[in-house]
Write a protein that binds this ligand. Structure first.
Ligand code: SF4
Length: 892
């Protein structure tokens, strides 16, 4: 009897943001992978955002690191690992354990993180291991620990749906955590009485969906929430019984809060708007306050977190359905890193470096020869130590600090002088790799097994469904092999990631009588088969008792602190007295404040999302958002190239004039690197000032100046092949379905346009089709019927439909070649415009056309006609904005 073919679909977890969506991945015979949302995963119930939906397009061998190398020469694993082990050992021998460091990533799986932390803190004996999560949410960690005695997220995603009032502070949830945002939008559609307030200096897509948007001045949040605490007291909204039974320090926190002074002046908000928020907060029982990088990435980030938590403790609104402060993490496994002690000031399993009993317990459990006794260097300080020579051997794993850290040019200079740098990565072309003495190929998403923890403490499996290319290895194995070669073999002799996970779970349960929040006792002893199939589970997972529900029963949402039980010595929460942050000092030379952050369809430094053409179709170029009045004062026009300059570096960006931006503030995306643009690394601009409690850098408030970059010409090109060099003062490239699109500008007009165009296309200048007039030059080259490249130039920004031009690389061109030079399709061609819906490649031109023709007047009707917004839903607010714009014009 024939047996049925095995189902090739694998349940796994998205590797991008902290929502932690479940993914179904189905490898196909042709080598591609079909991706869909996992309907059974409790984070997303089948939804995926544009980034998650495009995961299949980011796989494949292109640009992958395939083999270890030393000094640029291919090397065997044995030689590479031996070189790392011997160099680290010799450096420690000569200069002590604090002369070496690991800089790791929230992209790592928990098993990878566990091994890295064990090696560094228990066997090398230094706490010099930190993670790029330091840049993401370490202020939340510090705030949790100050208030709760442990890094505990009290609630779960369902609370956001059940809230009657949802306050989003410094969170563009619609773009940065899109599936969670869609859950909130669905809840609001079902319960229109739910109120959403967004506190953010920018009018973001999230703010568009809010009932109230408070465009707060940068770093005004502490003043807002300290004043709220004082107001809650005055309004009689304090939950006396909760405060008396489960907390301490309210009087001191109120004393500090009452010093806030003029809250309207401190926040830059209208008194009526502040009163509306305060009234809603005081009189609504079910309140959730969500906060993210806008709170954390600040010199007062930890105080902001505690100012928010104070308001929830005072009202007893914590740990009950629809209530609580809620930190959403940026990265897929920022939480897992926290659980294993991936931060330089933490020990494993939520134990503390500064508690001798905790150090003793971990050392005994690991049978470690030593244990780090003092906190290690946090990310910014670690790279300072690289620059000044204190760190002499550094291993960077799964992250790109030359772009992502603040004062990134100094990071780069430091790496250039560091005696020994190891980089483990999956791709071959990051800006950090050129500074590595040893390069190691790591297995990527879909090629390795392990676990991640999302923002609601839910542990999910990432499962392999592809063979790792070349000689790539999973990170936990690389680290364990180095540990063995350093002489620590017995403690690092795992066979597989489930062995590592089991040790991690056992440590969490060791001598844990309920006095530590992180407890995986119920997961100890899983077999390899059980590890392979175990479903998403929220921690804590205590040891099963006789009256517990059966193991296969659905797990209820877990919450902390509804009845107190904090992880302080007296089990009471701490109110933290918070003083409102002082206004940012004025800098006459740099009068603007630079805010950096994410865009909807890109992830971090674009090493993966930059491979998917449809993810570059929404926003294909680095930009700076500027208020139109500020732009006018400086003579900057829309789509001009502008130069931003801070005390750390400078960069070039496309000016995007928008009243969504506050006057005096600028926004630039964090994603662009030297792989994608000539000079638009946001990290090179941002300041390295850090929060004193968390060490998190203040990435959202760097003093900056702005000036028009006086270019003589602008250009736009499409090419089948990426040019090896682009001789322009400003350029930005993005992938298209059949090649590349390139934005260009220069200070001086090229002497020989045909030669310039031919170089760009990789064509012969003699074969170019060209058109010139007094101000423009246009060129095209063909290979048979295929467009090889086209370039349009003008004195100002080039008015060519980008989507149409990129499409010409796909179309046959037997007859219509002159039309390419004209830069537009025929009269019968609909201009797609900028892509709004990345899932179905629907552009703004199509949407506005459908509205103007009278066929659609709602997002639902657009979805019915064009499919836009019907998959991940990330673009629905933008579709609504286009509809509103068209209807306003029509009504005028
Ligand atoms: Fe991935 Fe998007 Fe889900 Fe985040 S919201 S985990 S990026 S699919």
């Amino acid at each position: 009897m024939d047996s049925a073919p095995a189902d090739p679909t694998v349940r796994t977890t998205c590797p991008y943001c902290g929502v932690g969506c479940g993914v179904l991945a189905t490898p196909r015979a042709n080598g591609t992978v079909a991706i869909s949302g996992d309907p059974a995963h409790p984070a997303n119930f089948g939804r995926l955002c544009s980034k998650g939906s495009a995961l299949g397009e980011t796989l494949g061998p292109d640009r992958r690191l395939l083999h270890p190398s030393i000094a640029g020469q291919a090397a065997s694993w044995d030689l590479a690992l031996g070189t790392i082990a011997s160099t680290f050992a010799a450096t420690i021998e000569a200069h002590g354990p604090d002369s070496v460091a690991l800089y790791v990533s929230g992209q790592l799986l928990t098993e990878d993180y566990y091994v890295a932390n064990k090696l560094m803190k228990g066997f090398i004996g230094s706490a010099n291991i930190d993670t790029n999560s330091r840049l993401c949410m370490s202020s939340s960690v510090a705030g949790h620990r100050r208030a709760f005695g442990a890094d505990t997220v009290p609630g779960c995603y369902a609370d956001l749906e059940q809230a009657e009032l949802l306050v989003l502070v410094g969170s563009n949830l619609a773009w940065c955590h899109p599936v969670l945002f869609q859950r909130v939008m669905a809840a609001k559609a079902a319960r229109p009485g739910m109120r959403i307030v967004v506190v953010d200096p920018r009018r973001t897509t999230t703010a568009d969906a809010a009932d109230l948007h408070l465009a707060i001045r940068p770093d005004g949040d502490t003043a807002l929430f300290t004043a709220l605490l004082a107001h809650l007291f005055e309004a009689g909204a304090i939950d006396r019984s909760y405060v008396d039974d489960h907390t301490t320090g309210l009087a001191e926190a109120l004393d500090a809060a009452r010093q806030t002074g003029d809250v309207a002046a401190a926040t830059g908000l209208a008194a009526a708007d502040i009163a509306m928020l305060f009234d809603l907060f005081a009189h609504t029982e079910k309140v959730v306050t969500v906060y993210s990088q806008g709170v954390n990435q600040s010199a007062s980030g930890t105080d902001k977190v505690n100012a928010i938590i104070n308001c929830h403790l005072a009202t007893g609104r914590i740990g009950r359905p629809g209530m609580g402060p809620f930190s959403v993490t940026g990265q897929p496994n920022a939480m897992g890193g926290r659980e294993v002690g991936g931060l330089a000031n933490q020990l494993a399993a939520h134990m503390d470096l500064d508690k001798p009993a905790h150090r003793d317990r971990v050392q005994r459990f690991w049978k470690a020869p030593r244990i780090a006794a003092t906190p290690g260097l946090q990310a910014v300080a670690m790279f300072d130590a690289v620059a000044d020579g204190r760190i002499k051997a550094l291993w960077i794993i799964g992250t790109n600090p030359v772009d992502s850290l603040p004062d990134a040019d100094r990071v780069r200079a430091g790496l250039a002088t560091c005696p020994f740098v190891v980089v483990s990565d999956i791709v071959s072309d990051t800006d950090t790799l050129p500074y590595a003495h040893v390069v190691l190929p790591a297995a990527g998403w879909g090629e390795k097994d392990g676990t991640v923890t999302n923002s609601e403490r839910r542990i999910s499996r990432q499962r392999a469904f592809l063979q790792a290319p070349g000689e790539a290895w999973p990170d936990w194995r690389i680290l364990a092999e180095v540990a063995r070669r350093m002489g620590f073999g017995a403690a690092f002799d795992w066979e597989s990631p489930d062995d590592v996970f089991d040790e991690h779970a056992r440590l969490s349960a060791t001598e844990n009588e309920g006095d530590r929040d992180f407890d995986l006792a119920g997961l100890v002893g899983m077999s390899a088969e059980e590890y392979q199939v175990f479903p998403p589970v929220q921690w804590p997972v205590p040891r099963l008792t006789e009256d517990a529900a059966p193991a296969d029963a659905p797990q209820p949402d877990s919450r902390f602190f509804a009845a107190g039980g904090f992880f302080t010595p007296d089990r009471r929460a701490r109110f933290v007295p918070v003083l409102a942050a002082s206004p940012l000092p004025e800098d006459a030379c740099r009068p603007f404040t630079l805010n950096t952050g994410r865009i909807r369809d890109q992830w971090h430094t674009m090493t993966r999302t930059g491979r998917a053409p449809r993810l570059s179709a929404h926003i294909a170029e680095p930009f700076a958002e500027i208020h139109p009045d500020d732009a006018r004062d400086l003579g900057v026009g829309d789509a001009d190239i502008v130069r931003l300059e801070t005390g750390f570096g400078s960069g070039l960006f496309r000016a995007c004039l928008t009243p969504r931006q506050r006057r005096g503030s600028l926004f630039a995306p964090m994603h662009w690197t030297e792989q994608f643009a000539s000079a638009s690394r946001a990290g090179a601009l941002t300041q390295k000032q850090t929060d004193p409690h968390s060490g998190q850098p203040a990435l959202k408030s760097t003093p900056v100046s702005l000036a028009r970059f006086p270019v003589a010409w602008h250009g736009f090109a499409v090419t089948r092949l990426r040019p090896s060099t682009i001789p322009a003062d400003y350029w930005a490239v993005a992938r298209t379905e059949a090649g590349w699109r390139i934005e260009l500008a220069g200070l001086a007009t090229p002497q020989n346009w045909p030669a310039f165009a031919a170089d760009l296309f990789g064509a012969d200048a003699a074969d170019l089709l060209s058109y010139h007039d007094a101000t423009t030059a246009r060129f095209a080259a063909f290979d048979g019927e295929t467009l090889q490249g086209a370039l349009w130039t003008a004195p100002g920004p080039v008015a060519v439909s980008r989507a149409w031009a990129a499409g010409q690389l796909l179309a046959p061109h037997a007859l219509s070649r002159q039309r390419i030079l004209a830069g537009r399709g025929g009269a019968d061609t609909v201009d797609v415009g900028a892509i709004v819906c990345a899932c179905f490649s629907v552009g703004a031109g199509q949407i506005s056309g459908a509205v103007r023709s009278g066929r659609c007047r709602s997002v639902a009707e657009i979805g019915g006609l064009l499919q836009a917004g019907t998959n991940c839903g990330s673009c629905r607010t933008e579709i609504q904005e286009i509809i509103d714009g068209c209807l306003v014009l029509d009504d005028a």
